[in-house]
Design a protein around this ligand. Structure first.
Ligand code: MSP
Length: 508
C-alpha cells in the first residue's frame, strides 16, 4: 500500500507525432492543479508527465519528416517538455518511453506476464488503425472505418497475445467493489458495458515494423505500443525495483487523468495487465472531455490546432489555466473561443477578484499607513464573511477529491462575490470620517478573507496568487493550507498594491 500521505498523479504520455495543442495543455493543467493542491494540503506528491515515442504512427511521422525515429522523437518530445514550463507545470518527472529505464521496465513487465502464463504466441488476423494504435472488431467498424473515423488496415501476422479474456470477470468485480475507480459515472457505465460484452485476447506484439521495444527472447517482435506506453507509470515509480522507496511510497497511483478517447486502454487493458502481473491497480482513473475550437473539432486539415504558446502569448498563463478549468464541468466537452476566454478574464478575474483585491489593498495603503489595521469588535456581517472564507478549505477538498475544478472555483468566487457586496454595504470610505476604527476592522476582515482566497486559488493561478500573497506580506512558508489557520497580524506593513489580473483589451 502506498503511504497514506502520498499522492501520485499522472497525465497520459503524449504521442510525439505532433506539436502540443490546448487539448494536451488541458490534461496537464488539470493534473498540475491536483498536484499543487495536494502539496499545499501537506501530501507527498509525485506528478508525472512525458511522451509516448514508439509504434508505427511515430515511425511513419518520422519517415515523413525525413528523420530517423530517435532524432524525430528528441525534437518533438522537447516541445512537450517546453509546454511544461510554458503552462507552469510542477511535474516531478518527465518520462520518455525511449529511455533505458523504461525499456527495462517494459521488458520486465513482459517477462512477469510470461512467467505467469499470461502470454502466448498465436496468429493475428484483424483490423488495425495506425492513427489510434488500436485493434478493432469487424463489428465495430463504421463504413469501413474505425469508430473514431480513423482509417483501418487488415493485418495478418504472427503475434503474441495477452490472455485478456480471462480478466473480464475480475475486472467487473473490481468496478463493482470500487465504485470510484472510474470517473465520471457516465464513463464508468460505458466501460462496464464494454467489458460485459466479453473480452477477446489482445495482440501485444507486432512484426511488420521495428520501432519499438523488442520482445525479450524474440527480437523479431516489438511490444505493442499501448503495453509499452501504459508501463510508463510503473517505470517512473522505479518498477521493477519494487523494494525501492519510490515504489513503496507512490505505487499505486492515486489518480490517472486521461481523455475520454483513451479510457478503454486505461480502464480495461491497463488494470488487466496489472492484475495479471500481481500488481496493485490505480485508485482512480478520470476521463475528461474534449475541446473544440471556435465550434470546430481541432484537426490538421482545418488548420485550427491551437498551440498553447499562442494562447499564453495572447492571454497569459494564469488566465488560460483558469479558463480551462472554470469554463466547463470537468468531464464534459467544451468550446475554446476567444469571446469566452475574454469574458472570463474580464468578468471573473479582472472585475470580481482583481477589483476586490485592488480596492481593499489600496484603501489600506491610503488610510492605514500601509499597515494591516487593528481588528475591533466583530459584527454579525464580519463573522459571516470570515466564516464563509474559513469554511472553504473543507469544501475545496471535497471538490478536488472528485476532480470538480469548476465547482472548486465557483465556491471561491461565491466568497469573492460576498466580499465585494460586503465592501459596498460597509462602505469603508465613508467610515473614514465617521468611525475610523470601524473602517480598520472592515479592512482587516477583508484582507484576511483575501488571504484565504489567495492561498486557496494557488493551484489554479499560481503566479497571480503568489503576487497577491506578496502584497499581503505573507511569507513563503505561510502559504500552505495549514497556514490558513494563522490569521494576518495587525500592524504588518504591506507593500504598495499593484493590479493582479489585468483586463484583456483588444489590440486595435
Ligand atoms: N499516447 C497516448 C496516451 C498514452 S498514455 C499511456 C495518446 N496521446 S495523445 O497525444 O494523442 O493524447 C494525449 C491526451 O490528450 C489524451 O488524453 C487526449 O484525450 C488528450 N486530447 C487530445 N486532443 C484533445 C482535445 N481536443 N481536447 C481535450 N483533450 C484532448 O493518446
Amino acid at each position: 500500500m502506498a503511504v497514506t500521505n502520498a499522492y501520485y498523479v499522472t497525465t497520459p504520455i503524449f504521442y510525439v507525432n505532433d506539436a502540443p495543442h490546448i487539448g494536451h495543455a488541458y490534461t496537464s493543467v488539470a493534473c498540475d492543479a491536483l498536484a499543487r493542491f495536494m502539496r499545499l494540503d501537506g501530501k507527498r506528491v509525485k506528478f508525472l508527465t512525458g511522451t509516448d515515442e514508439h509504434g508505427q504512427k511515430i515511425a511513419k511521422s518520422a519517415a515523413l519528416a525525413g528523420l530517423d525515429p530517435k532524432t524525430f522523437c528528441d525534437r518533438v518530445s522537447q516541445n512537450f517538455r517546453d509546454m511544461t514550463r510554458l503552462m507552469n507545470l510542477s511535474n516531478d518527472d518527465f518520462i520518455r518511453t525511449t529511455e533505458p529505464r523504461h525499456v527495462a521496465a517494459t521488458q520486465a513487465l513482459w517477462l512477469e506476464l510470461e512467467k505467469r502464463g499470461q502470454i502466448y504466441l498465436g496468429r493475428f488476423q484483424g483490423w488495425y488503425s495506425v492513427r489510434d494504435e488500436a485493434f478493432y472488431e469487424e463489428s465495430e467498424l463504421v463504413n469501413g472505418k474505425a469508430p473514431t473515423g480513423a482509417e483501418v488496415e487488415w493485418v495478418e501476422e504472427e503475434n503474441y497475445f495477452f490472455r485478456l479474456s480471462e480478466w473480464a470477470e475480475p475486472l467487473l468485480r473490481h468496478y463493482a467493489e470500487h465504485p470510484d475507480f472510474i470517473g465520471p459515472t457516465s464513463r464508468r457505465n460505458e466501460v462496464v458495458s464494454f467489458v460485459k460484452g466479453g473480452l477477446r485476447d489482445l495482440s501485444i506484439s507486432r512484426t511488420s515494423f521495428s520501432w519499438g521495444i523488442p520482445v525479450p527472447g524474440n527480437p523479431k517482435h516489438v511490444i505493442y505500443v499501448w503495453l509499452d506506453a501504459l508501463t510508463n507509470y510503473l517505470t517512473a515509480a522505479s518498477y521493477p525495483d519494487t523494494r525501492n522507496v519510490e515504489y513503496s511510497t507512490f505505487w499505486p497511483p492515486s489518480l490517472q487523468m486521461v481523455g475520454k478517447d483513451i479510457i478503454r486502454f486505461h480502464c480495461v487493458y491497463w488494470p488487466a495487465f496489472l492484475m495479471a502481473a500481481g500488481l496493485k491497480l490505480p485508485e482512480r482513473v478520470f476521463a475528461h472531455g474534449w475541446w473544440t475550437v471556435e465550434g470546430q473539432k481541432m484537426s490538421k486539415s482545418l488548420g485550427n490546432f491551437v498551440p498553447p504558446q499562442q494562447v499564453v502569448d495572447a492571454y497569459g498563463c494564469d488566465a488560460v489555466r483558469y479558463f480551462l478549468l472554470r469554463e466547463l464541468p470537468f468531464g464534459s466537452d467544451g468550446d475554446f473561443s476567444h469571446r469566452a476566454i475574454v469574458q472570463r478574464i474580464n468578468a471573473d478575474l479582472a472585475n470580481d477578484f482583481g477589483n476586490l483585491a485592488q480596492r481593499v489593498l489600496s484603501m489600506i495603503n491610503r488610510n492605514g499607513e500601509g499597515r494591516v489595521p487593528p481588528l475591533g469588535r466583530l459584527t454579525a456581517e464580519d463573522e459571516a464573511l470570515l466564516a464563509a472564507a474559513r469554511g472553504l478549505l473543507a469544501r475545496q477538498r471535497a471538490a478536488y477529491g472528485e476532480q470538480s475544478f469548476h465547482r472548486a472555483l465557483e465556491m471561491i468566487w461565491e466568497v469573492v462575490g460576498s466580499a465585494n457586496r460586503y465592501v459596498d454595504e460597509q462602505a469603508p470610505w465613508t467610515l473614514k470620517k465617521t468611525d475610523p476604527a470601524r473602517m480598520g476592522t472592515v479592512l482587516h476582515v477583508l484582507a484576511e478573507v483575501i488571504r484565504h482566497l489567495a492561498i486557496l486559488v494557488q493551484p489554479i493561478v499560481p503566479e497571480a496568487a503568489s503576487r497577491l500573497l506578496d502584497q499581503l506580506a505573507v511569507p513563503a512558508e505561510r502559504r500552505d493550507f495549514a497556514a490558513l489557520a494563522a490569521p494576518l497580524t495587525a500592524g504588518t506593513v504591506l507593500p504598495k498594491p499593484e493590479g493582479i489580473f489585468p483586463r484583456h483589451v483588444e489590440a486595435v
